[in-house]
Structure formats: structure tokens, C-alpha cells
Design a protein around this ligand. Structure first.
Ligand SMILES: *Cc1c(COP(=O)(O)O)cnc(C)c1O
Length: 407
């Protein structure tokens, strides 16, 4: 058994807070969005955390996600259904990236994507708060992680995905015990179905940012980066942005770490990377808007970031602007070229969304937003093995003479 999970946990949650009005909500109660229709953020008694533990305490523990338990919301260890949430490695991408480019390879997590971070937390909290039935719209990976964790603790799940979701995602969701429906629409159309059922009391709505705890799980990416960089942070982070949970979560993590006195006030430039075929955040960033309008006719090979409308849009835009970063769009050809380059030159198979961050890095380098000396982290959010690959059609007939020179 994982040492980080052997004792009953302590938590330091004080309350939740509306991300737009600051209105206060009680901890230990089931919440969706705030009354203002915006995400709720979990708040902790950080002074008490500082007294209870130090950076050394953290470093003495096994490196997985649960070493951060005092900064996470789950009250009782018994509510955690773990599938082995390891700390993900930083893999240098020397040839296709550059001398200072590291990939945080989230494809190593359970269910092959970083959605596991958010869902392991959200499902534990759902269990703690007595939820028995959950529904979710997904572009694939979130549904797979939900299905895995919820099935493991006996919570019923119904998952809705756009009908062109990668086939492997739909099948893994079904395999892991959810009821999965292919819907002739986009993720926000699926979200509308989930919302309607939730309003009728049929299930609890697990859409991105519509329950408060996925951010807390995704926050661990920022905590891990701080520890991996020796309690400093990289100069720039390139994050493939759909709903933006991870970007918002990391930004929150950095704030909490600074309040603990574990890092300084320096921050990485945050680059929110989107596909040119679905770039609502980029459009809003460039127009100087605080919120992003829905992107019509969204289309891209990077299914995970095909999100036409994000409920946390203003939180993404705020973090990117405060950091001195930018929202960047890259086209599908550049995405596929980047995936190919990382695989062929560096032996690392990225998912298309990860490819988008590599393409965006080169764009940022060419336009002077970052330079070669900057320490850069690209997020590869899922294993490349989940996505279609080009054919490799060559066959060898062993019963005929073999031309070894031609192999
Ligand atoms: C969900 C997902 C994203 C987008 O993550 P958000 O935090 O929702 O913006 C990016 N890449 C992959 C592979 C995903 O599954």
C-alpha cells in the first residue's frame, strides 16, 4: 500500500469561494457552480499548513500525487480510489524542441491522460459527499478517467461524447463500466444534455469546472513542477487549453506555494495553446476581452482542446495575462508535423494536443516571445498511443528470397 495513503488524512480546507464574486460557500457540502454560474475555488488554511508541514516533509514522502495531501480537499483516505497516480517525468525534447525544452509527460498516468489527476480527486469528493450517479460530457479522456475511478468505487456513470470522439476513448469508457453515448454534436451540446438531466435531479453534473474538485487534482501539476525544479519554476509553460482546468489549477498552485513561502513571486509565462480551428481563448485574448464567445464550427485533430466555450474562460485569460504570457493558435498541419518530429527525432510519441504545444513553442521562439535559453515545459497530456497513427503497410513474405539490402 502506498505510504502516502496509509494514515487517515488531515485536510485544511476552510471553505469554497465563487471565482467571480468571492461569495463564500461551506466546505463538506455538495456544490456545483456558484450562484453566479461560475466555478467554485477551494480555499485552505495555509497558515496551518505551513505550521504542520514543510518542503522537507513533502520531499521525504514517496513522489506520487498524494504526497500533497495537506493541499488537497479529501478528508478521509478511505474515500480515495487510487489507480497509482505517479509523479510524471520531465523528458528532454532536445532535437525537435531544443536544449531547454522539457515535456511533462502526463501520458504515464492511469487511463493514459492527465484527466486522471482531476477525476481521482473529483470522484473521491463525490464519494465523500454521498453522490451515487454521475454524468459527464467529454471529448474522450475525461470520460475514460471518470469511468475508471467511479466504477472502482461503485458510482454509476453516464458519459456523452461527440460522435467523432477518438474510437479508442469511446471503447475504453465502455470497457471501464460507464454507459457511453455518442452524440451528434460538440462537447457543449453534450454538456447541455448533462445539465438538463442534472436539473431534473437524475444525476450529478461532472462537466469541467462545474464541480469544484477537478481543479484541485489538476493543481498537482503545478505543485509537482515546483518540486521537480527545486522550488523554482520554469520560465515558460505551454499548456494545450480546452476547458483550461490545468492552467487554472497550476496558477492556483503557484499562489498557494508562494503563500506557504515555498516559492518566490516569480511566475512562468503561461501560454494557452489552442488549435486554429477552435481558438475562442486566443480570439478573446487578442481582443482584450475578459470572456470568450463560443467558437462556431469548431474542428481540429486535437480533440482534447476542441472546446468551443469554456465556463472558466475569464480565469484562463486572467492567468495568461498576469503571467505575461499569451494565447496562441496553431494549425492542424503544424500539430501533426510536431507530433511526427518528436516521435522521429526524439523517440517520444506525443498526443496531438502535446504536438500543439511543441508547434506553439516554435511559433513563440520565432516571434521572440521566448528565447532558446528559457527553460520551457510543454505539456503532453495523454499518451500518443491513444490516437490514430499513419499506416505502416510494409509486409515481408518469409517464404520468398529476402533482399536484405533493401530492408
Ligand atoms: C482534456 C485535455 C486537454 C485540455 O485540458 P483542459 O485542462 O481541460 O484545458 C488537453 N489535452 C488532452 C489530451 C486532454 O485530454
Amino acid at each position: 500500500m502506498n505510504q502516502n495513503l496509509t494514515t487517515d488524512r488531515q485536510t485544511f480546507v476552510t471553505h469554497l469561494e465563487c471565482s467571480i464574486t468571492g461569495e463564500r460557500y461551506e466546505a463538506d457540502q455538495l456544490h456545483g457552480l456558484s450562484r453566479a454560474g461560475r466555478p467554485l475555488l477551494v480555499r485552505y488554511d495555509l497558515d496551518a499548513v505551513r505550521t504542520a508541514i514543510s518542503r522537507d516533509t513533502i520531499e521525504a514522502r514517496p513522489t506520487d500525487l498524494w504526497r500533497w495531501r495537506e493541499l488537497l480537499p479529501v478528508r478521509h483516505t478511505s474515500n480515495i480510489v487510487s489507480l497509482g497516480e505517479i509523479e510524471t517525468p520531465l523528458v528532454p525534447l532536445t532535437k525537435s524542441g531544443g536544449p531547454n525544452v522539457l515535456v511533462k509527460d502526463e501520458g504515464r498516468l492511469p487511463t493514459g491522460s492527465f484527466k486522471a489527476r482531476g477525476l481521482v480527486m473529483a470522484v473521491a469528493m463525490a464519494k465523500e459527499l454521498g453522490v451515487t450517479k454521475i454524468a459527464m460530457p467529454t471529448n474522450g479522456n475525461a470520460g475514460a478517467a471518470l469511468a475508471a475511478y467511479a466504477t472502482r468505487c461503485g458510482i454509476e456513470t453516464i458519459v456523452f461524447c461527440p460522435d467523432d470522439t477518438p474510437e479508442i476513448n469511446v471503447r475504453e469508457i465502455a470497457m471501464q463500466g460507464a454507459r457511453v453515448w455518442r452524440v451528434n454534436g460538440l462537447i457543449d451540446d453534450c454538456g447541455a444534455i448533462v445539465g438538463k438531466g442534472a436539473a431534473e435531479g437524475r444525476w450529478f453534473d461532472f462537466s469541467t469546472l462545474k464541480e469544484p474538485y477537478r481543479i484541485e487534482g489538476k493543481k498537482t501539476m503545478g505543485l509537482e513542477l515546483a518540486a521537480q525544479f527545486g522550488w523554482k519554476l520554469p520560465d515558460a509553460i505551454f499548456y494545450p487549453t480546452g476547458g483550461g482546468t490545468g492552467l487554472i489549477g497550476m496558477w492556483k498552485a503557484f499562489d498557494e506555494l508562494e503563500k506557504l513561502g515555498w516559492i518566490g513571486s516569480e511566475r512562468p509565462k503561461m501560454f494557452a495553446v489552442q488549435a486554429s480551428g477552435c481558438a475562442p481563448i486566443v480570439r478573446a485574448f487578442e481582443a482584450g476581452e475578459e470572456h470568450a464567445e463560443r467558437w462556431e464550427d469548431a474542428s481540429t485533430v486535437a480533440a482534447g482542446i476542441r472546446v468551443p466555450k469554456a465556463v472558466g474562460d475569464f480565469l484562463i485569460l486572467r492567468a495568461v495575462r498576469e503571467s505575461g504570457g499569451k494565447a496562441l493558435a496553431v494549425g492542424d498541419p503544424a500539430i501533426l508535423k510536431a507530433v511526427d518530429a518528436a516521435a522521429k527525432q526524439d523517440g517520444l510519441l506525443l498526443c496531438p494536443e502535446g504536438g500543439a504545444t511543441l508547434a506553439a513553442y516554435h511559433q513563440a521562439l520565432n516571434t521572440g516571445l521566448v528565447d532558446e535559453d528559457d527553460k520551457v515545459v510543454l505539456f503532453n497530456c495523454a499518451t500518443g498511443l491513444k490516437y490514430p497513427m499513419p499506416e505502416a503497410p510494409q509486409a515481408l513474405d518469409r517464404t520468398r528470397p529476402i533482399d536484405f539490402d533493401a530492408l
